[in-house]
Design a protein around this ligand. Structure first.
Ligand code: ZN
Length: 186
C-alpha cells in the first residue's frame, strides 16, 4: 500500500467532476486501499479520489477512528456514491486536506442517505448524521468537483481564500510543512 500525494487547491483536478467506476476490480481495490492508507496517515476523517489526482468517483471516510491503532470498524469505502435524501440543516466547522490550515463553518444538511457500491461492487446504503453527514456531503462534493469554499458566501469565501493563499505561499517557500498533525480534516 502507498501513501499518495495530496493535490492542493487551486489544482484543477479539485474542480473537475469524477467519472463513475464501471467495474469494481482488483485495480479499483488497490486504489481504495491506497486512498484509505493516505487518509489514516494524514489523520483525515475523509478523502476523495480527486484529492490524490484521480478522477474516479471513490471516497473513503472514517469519522470514528478507534483508540486502538488499526481499529477500522468505522471505515467506509464508497464507489460511485450519490446522495439520495437530505434532511434538516446543520452548520459545521470543516477543514480539508486540500486546503491546509483553513477551517470555516459551512451549511450542510443535518442527515443524508447515500447509495453507493462497496469494495466488492455490491450496492450499499449509508445513512449519516452530524459529522458523518458532513463528511459524506464534503467528500461527494469533491467527486462532483465542488470544494468547501464553494459552499461559503461570496464575502466569506474571499476572506478564506486570502488567508489560504498566504498559507500556500509559506508551504511553497518551504517555511512550513504541508500538513499539520492531528486534525480531523476532510
Ligand atoms: Zn476536502
Amino acid at each position: 500500500m502507498a501513501v499518495l500525494d495530496i493535490s492542493l487547491y487551486p489544482d484543477q483536478v479539485l474542480t473537475t467532476p469524477g467519472s463513475d467506476v464501471e467495474t469494481v476490480d482488483e485495480d479499483t481495490r488497490r486504489f481504495i486501499d491506497d486512498l484509505t492508507e493516505t487518509m489514516y496517515t494524514l489523520n483525515g476523517v475523509g478523502l476523495a479520489a480527486n484529492q490524490v489526482n484521480d478522477l474516479r468517483r471513490i471516497c473513503v471516510i472514517d469519522t470514528r477512528p478507534g483508540d486502538q491503532p488499526g481499529d477500522r470498524s468505522g471505515l467506509l469505502q464508497l464507489v460511485n456514491p450519490r446522495i439520495v435524501h437530505r434532511q434538516g440543516h446543520v452548520r459545521w466547522e470543516e477543514g480539508c486536506l486540500s486546503f491546509p490550515d483553513l477551517f470555516e463553518s459551512v451549511d450542510r444538511a443535518a442527515k443524508v442517505r447515500v447509495e453507493a457500491l462497496d469494495r466488492e461492487g455490491k450496492p450499499i446504503t449509508v445513512e449519516g448524521e452530524e459529522l458523518l453527514a458532513v463528511a459524506l456531503q464534503h467528500e461527494i462534493d469533491h467527486l462532483d468537483g465542488v470544494v468547501f469554499v464553494d459552499r461559503m458566501s461570496r464575502l466569506k469565501r474571499k476572506m478564506a481564500l486570502k488567508r489560504y493563499y498566504r498559507t500556500l505561499e509559506s508551504i511553497k517557500s518551504g517555511a512550513r510543512p504541508v500538513h499539520s498533525e492531528g486534525k480531523g480534516v476532510l
